[in-house]
Write a protein that binds this ligand. Structure first.
Ligand code: URA
Length: 236
């Protein structure tokens, strides 16, 4: 192994993203060979002892990426201060204690949610600039028209601004309708707010794909570890 910047080591160890690791270094919680580290410092794990809050940092041989089919009623967080059910309860945390969620789903949304031990990859996947397309299927109140679909595709005005053009498809229409929506933004409760703005509040919402990776073969509440080929499907 060779020398690397400390924030890169901490990110690879799954402690935090590179950016957040810089803050951890600045706050004095990281030491190299017993001395408080400075931002910009490098270390070589083959030779140096790097510690975070007094615990020795080690970089696992191989990171994991896990796809969970999250049921309704679970928050995306690994821990919840309000004692709600957490997605982490469904995951192999003993084997991979540093797993964290990539992006979020509302507690009342089901479907594909990713977790990884790899801070770098997590950042790449979650960052809006990478424009990873997410596909949702929304069951909504009322009869959605082709006009509504056009509005979704053109962008909808929300209180935090216009949404980027979405790809929308009407799967069924009636007293309740089903719409497939592909978006790459990740604003808070975005799909719910877009449908509400059109006068069609969401009854239920599921994320069925991220990039070209789908929920296929993952029953609700179950997870699977992704292969390198799966990970390629996620990246644009
Ligand atoms: N849009 C929403 O409204 N909720 C989600 O969980 C994800 C996207």
């Amino acid at each position: 192994m060779s020398e690397e910047r400390l924030q890169k080591i901490l990110a690879r160890a799954g402690i935090a993203s590179r950016r957040a690791s810089e803050e951890l270094i600045e706050s004095g919680r990281v030491t190299v060979n017993g001395k408080v580290a400075k931002l910009g410092e490098k270390a070589d794990l083959a030779r140096d002892e790097v510690a975070f809050d007094g615990e020795l940092v080690s970089v696992p041989d191989k990171h994991v990426v896990i796809a969970l089919n999250k049921p309704v009623g679970y928050v995306s967080a690994m821990k919840d201060g309000r004692s709600r059910k957490c997605a982490s309860e469904l995951l192999p945390m003993d084997a991979h204690p540093s797993l964290f969620h990539v992006g979020r789903l509302d507690a009342d949304t089901s479907g594909l949610l990713l977790f990884t031990t790899d801070g770098e990859l997590g950042n790449r996947l979650a960052h809006p600039s990478h424009e990873v397309m997410k596909t949702y299927v929304a069951r909504v109140k009322g009869c959605v028209s082709e006009d509504d679909i056009k509005r979704l595709e053109e962008g909808v005005m929300l209180k935090d601004g216009m949404t980027s053009p979405a790809q929308a498809r009407l799967l069924s229409a009636g007293r309740a309708s089903v719409v497939e929506l592909k978006i790459h933004e990740g604003r808070n409760r975005q799909v719910r707010r877009m449908m509400e703005a059109l006068g069609h509040p969401v009854i239920s919402l599921q994320r069925v794909a991220i990039g070209n990776l789908t929920l296929d073969g993952i029953p609700e509440g179950a997870w699977r570890e992704l292969t390198d080929e799966d990970i390629q499907l996620l990246l644009p």
